[in-house]
Write a protein that binds this ligand. Structure first.
Ligand code: TMP
Length: 201
């Protein structure tokens, strides 16, 4: 039987990497054949994305790099699913929609999201389930405060916009995208995710 495709999404500091890896462990204990992957990937294309950051690439360059990385990743995900494996992916399409659409002027956000979505159509594999781990931007920011980058206030404003984009995406596609409160203890968040995944396995 074809495996399932589950993506984990949320703003920086929402905890999705820790949560998705714990979910992987729990699924494997239940004898579900699951694998974990992430975007940007660890291939040369994922490295190109990271290089784009280091070189200060603009928002469109960044979007194209994420899409190039994803278009190759989709092939690998499909191959895994074809072997009956359930693929857990830490960030995917919705990250591009939420983040890159937050990188343009506010009055262009909706148009940017629409363009990004259409640009994905020829190669996209839609997830069977997307878990959006929702935290307030202040909490996400406090969890990543040690990391380098923009100033605190720039980051908060940006993360706030990303969070609003995620909220809008979840509201538009409630069947695919399930919202899980990420502000509570880790084990509880993992249980909520497992409950959602249990419904599609
Ligand atoms: P990570 O911290 O989850 O590894 O993600 C790296 C950063 O990349 C994070 O700030 C979100 C950003 N990102 C995008 O802006 N667009 C995308 O399509 C992806 C996959 C990640």
């Amino acid at each position: 039987m074809r495996g399932r495709f589950v993506t984990f999404e949320g703003i920086d500091g929402c905890g999705k990497t820790t949560v998705s890896k714990k979910v992987l462990g729990r699924l494997r204990k239940r004898k579900v054949r699951a694998v974990w992957t992430c975007e940007p990937t660890r291939t040369w294309l994922g490295n190109a994305v990271r290089r784009g950051w280091a070189e200060g690439a603009g928002v469109f360059t960044e979007a194209f790099l994420f899409m190039a990385d994803r278009s190759e990743h989709v092939d690998e995900i499909c191959a895994r699913m074809g072997k009956g494996q359930t693929v857990l992916c830490d960030r995917y399409l919705d990250s591009t929609l939420a983040y890159q659409a937050a990188g343009v002027d506010e009055d262009l956000t909706a148009g940017m999201m629409d363009w990004l979505r259409r640009a994905h159509l020829p190669f996209l594999l839609l997830p069977d389930l997307t878990i959006y781990i929702r935290v307030r931007p202040e909490l996400g920011l406090s969890r990543i405060s040690g990391r380098k980058g923009r100033t605190k206030f720039e980051r908060l404003a940006f993360l706030g916009r990303v969070a609003r984009n995620y909220d809008a995406l979840a509201a538009a596609e409630p069947q695919r995208m399930k919202v899980v409160d990420g502000s509570g203890p880790l084990d509880g968040v993992v249980e909520l995710c497992l409950a959602e995944i249990g419904k599609i396995l």
